[in-house]
Write a protein that binds this ligand. Structure first.
Ligand code: ADP
Length: 170
């Protein structure tokens, strides 16, 4: 039987018992609002100390830290693009967030990794397009690689949950 490698959950990503969660970080990696703030709050101040040593991160790239007080052992910080109407390489940069995060999961032999909707909060990326990119890039990566074994998409509202569910059912 084929193992199901993609899951969908509606809820708070900081509470998940998975090996790694992904943070929608900003280029400073020094914390912010939204899911970034929630992750720093839940992980505790040692996360900021480790992030301070990383020298930031470019848009579309990802860096890994420990999870500290989270149940997750690792946090993959990825920097999504700000939506400028679609004329500034936003789609390629968002695809790169998923590719580089998944590559870090592979490198670290992480079995399960959970993603929030990168760029879909204050960064203003259209949610449906962002979900399509997330699902396509993830499926493409999983088809070619054994790690991560499982990817969980975590939505934070019913509408976005439905958007992902429809894409995953296809
Ligand atoms: P960005 O700056 O990349 O847009 P945000 O944190 O503003 O990042 O939002 C990214 C997505 O994460 C949004 O869809 C938002 O609803 C969602 N989100 C916010 N808090 C949480 C949380 N605790 N768990 C899961 N998703 C969350």
């Amino acid at each position: 039987m084929k193992k199901i490698r993609v899951e969908l959950i509606n809820g708070d990503i900081t509470a998940l018992e998975v090996e790694a969660i992904v943070n929608a970080a900003n280029p400073s990696l020094l914390g912010g609002g939204g899911v970034d703030g929630a992750i720093h709050n839940a992980a505790g101040p040692d996360l900021l100390t480790e992030c301070e040593s990383l020298n930031g991160c470019e848009i579309g790239q990802s860096k890994i830290t420990k999870g500290y007080r989270l149940k997750a052992k690792h946090i993959v910080h990825t920097v999504g693009p700000i939506w400028h109407g679609g004329y500034s390489d936003e789609t390629q940069l968002l695809a790169s967030c998923y590719q580089t995060s998944l590559a870090l999961a592979k490198e670290n032999k992480i079995k399960t990794i959970a993603f929030p909707g990168i760029s879909t909060g204050v960064y203003g990326f259209p949610k449906e397009l962002a979900a399509l990119i997330a699902v396509n890039e993830t499926k493409r990566f999983l088809n070619k690689n054994n790690y991560p074994e499982k990817v969980i998409f975590v939505t934070f509202c019913d509408d976005n949950y439905e958007t992902y569910r429809k894409l995953l059912d296809q």
